[in-house]
Ligand binder design. Structure first.
Ligand SMILES: [Zn+2]
Length: 203
């Protein structure tokens, strides 16, 4: 008879293997590593996971994760309230804000729509967006959803939805084109097409 894997280990491996990038084999490797950790470290990790739900809030203004509601960005009176930047996920907001060059507000959409499919539009947080725009402060909505097919599809969906209800709100998107330091000859056709389409006047 084969030696059965002890139940607590099976349970942990089963849960770990649901994490992104971890299959059953790597989940087992993680579990074995955790077993080798000093007990205090392993317990600390367990406690962090346990406390995550209690310690974190979803900001009711932007949908971001924070220790308080509203989050520090939404509560910051120094940020302009007439510009709203729409991102797909919270980590995109972090990346944009890290630069320190944007001083408006954010809103997290909660995902993107698959190309040619509007059936999953309910999965997006469009209510929060429409409620926010209805407050009347936002004059420009910046779509920062990325340059994938999903992002394009979502951007045109949002653009139409917002334009129908709030035609006075200016809708813009992040520029698309050639990244800094890149050479034309190495660019793919679609990037070149968009770079030409969104070309700028030279100042
Ligand atoms: Zn917020």
């Amino acid at each position: 008879m084969r030696q059965p894997i002890p139940e607590p280990l099976t349970a942990l491996v089963e849960q770990l293997s649901r994490l992104p990038g971890l299959g059953p084999k790597s989940a087992m490797r993680v579990a074995m590593t955790l077993l080798k950790w000093p007990e205090s470290e392993a317990r600390r990790l367990g406690r962090s996971i346990h406390d995550l739900r209690d310690a974190l809030h979803i900001c009711s203004r932007c949908g971001g994760l924070a220790c308080a509601d509203p989050c520090a960005v939404c509560a910051d009176a120094g940020r302009s309230r007439d510009m709203l930047c729409l991102v797909a996920e919270w980590d995109s907001m972090l990346a944009l804000d890290e630069g320190g060059f944007y001083h408006g507000q954010y809103m997290i959409l909660g995902g993107l729509l698959a190309p040619l499919d509007r059936s999953d539009a309910d999965s997006l947080d469009t209510e929060r967006l429409l409620d926010r725009l209805a407050e009347g402060e936002v004059r420009e909505l910046v779509l920062a959803l990325g340059a994938t097919l999903e992002a394009e599809n979502t951007a045109s969906f949002i653009r139409r939805m917002v334009h129908d209800r709030f035609p006075h709100i200016h809708i813009s998107r992040l520029a698309q084109g050639i990244p800094l330091g890149a050479e034309i000859k190495y660019m793919d056709k679609e990037t070149l097409r968009q770079s030409l389409q969104y070309r700028q006047d030279m100042a």
